[in-house]
Design a protein around this ligand. Structure first.
Ligand SMILES: Nc1ncnc2c1ncn2[C@@H]1O[C@H](COP(=O)(O)OP(=O)(O)OP(=O)(O)O)[C@@H](O)[C@H]1O
Length: 356
């Protein structure tokens, strides 16, 4: 069911008809003010599968020797490769609303980045299910109003924060806009993200000392903020930050959301202070949704289905423990199944010694 009972258009990647959000009154309005067009994001039954090659075969050659088998069973050294399908996301449904922060939580490998890539329009046409922005399939105009902050940023280490954002403004804002307006947009973003104190410090990297980790993340967010996005998608924006810096960053993102933006972020292990800033939470475990709803209701939900912690815990820690426990259980079951099927296979392989 689509959230809020809204009508669903299309499927198979969710591209139906191109429809833009209402245009700003003048071309530069959207870049120089903090007002943006609200954009509701819905995702319905989103699944993502990949084909993975699984190599199997004798591989009994002495080390350092390459055997050239002439076809049949294919591959080097008689190693055969079987292609199998792996489901990374299994029917994920939810909604992110303007003015709110939706956090995607889950253990490593649970599918957070994949889901965010889909919601950020980076895997268009490669997933099944439906993604709707403003009730319709995402179009180019919506993509232009979507900011995507990847986990690993690429910033020039020798430019200052101001130079970085000014350079980005020159590249990303319309060519018709005057240079002074672009520089003003960069300054507006510096002010909005609280980067004033380090505006003239170089960004730096592992070899050149520059701004702090938290400031660096803000610069990456500033890159996207320059186009005043209605939808801001951030993959692990708090990774590598201490809890104070993480909390400050999430407070900034929350403030950006309160101005009418839709903010979706993934986070690995938030502190309880950070968790409180999330309006909605989606908990993933092995590509399945374990919980989707208001962050403040998550503990009550898990208590209602028989999982209540015996003492006061950070809700995020508790939810990740549950997701990890599920992961360990299903991994153990998969291993047992695999062991059972390989024992059956070896019984069937001609010439193989019987299993002991
Ligand atoms: N194209 C692909 N081919 C094969 N496996 C993939 C592909 N894309 C993702 N995966 C696998 O899907 C799983 C989910 O990956 P994803 O990066 O979304 O997880 P994550 O929750 O963001 O992890 P982390 O917190 O460690 O970044 C991982 O096991 C990953 O190896």
């Amino acid at each position: 069911m689509p959230p809020n009972g809204q009508s669903v258009h299309g499927g198979g990647g969710g591209l139906v008809s191109p429809t833009a959000a209402p245009a700003p009154s003048s071309k530069m309005d959207c870049f120089l003010t903090s007002v943006c067009t609200p954009l509701n994001l819905q995702f319905i039954d989103v699944a993502y599968r990949v084909k993975v090659e699984r190599t199997a075969g004798p591989a009994k050659e002495p080390p350092g020797r390459i055997s050239h088998s002439g076809g049949g069973g294919g591959g080097l050294g008689g190693v055969s490769a079987a292609v199998e399908e792996r489901t990374i996301l299994k029917g994920i449904t939810g909604e992110a609303r303007p003015g709110e922060v939706l956090a995607v939580l889950g253990p490593s490998g649970s599918g957070k980045s994949t889901l965010l890539s889909i919601l950020g329009g980076r895997l268009a046409g490669r997933y099944s299910g439906t993604v709707l922005t403003g009730g319709r399939a995402p179009c180019r105009a919506v993509q232009r109003r979507t900011g995507f902050v990847a986990q690993d940023d690429i910033l020039h280490p020798h430019l200052t924060v101001r130079e970085t954002l000014a350079f980005c403004a020159m590249l990303r804002l319309p060519t018709s806009a005057p240079t002074s307006a672009k520089l003003a947009a960069a300054d507006a973003v510096i002010a909005e993200l609280g980067l004033g104190a380090c505006a003239d410090t170089i960004v730096g990297n592992a070899f050149v000392r520059g701004v702090s980790g938290g400031e660096r993340k803000r610069v990456s967010i500033g890159h996207e903020l320059l186009v005043n996005p209605s939808l801001l998608v951030l993959d692990e924006p708090t990774s590598g930050l201490d809890s104070t810096a993480a909390s400050r960053l999430v407070a900034t993102l929350s403030a950006l959301a309160r101005k009418g933006r839709t903010v979706v972020l993934s986070v690995h292990q938030p502190s309880s202070r950070v968790y409180r800033a999330f309006d909605s939470v989606l908990l993933l475990s092995e590509g399945s949704c374990m919980y989707y709803g208001p962050g403040r209701d998550a503990m009550d939900y898990f208590a209602s289905v028989g999982f209540a912690p015996g003492f006061h815990v950070n809700p995020a820690d508790f939810m990740l423990d549950l997701a990890n426990a599920l992961l360990r259980r299903s991994t153990a079951i998969a291993r047992r199944r695999e062991a059972a099927s390989s024992s059956r296979c070896s019984r069937l392989t001609p010439g193989s010694s019987p299993p002991r």
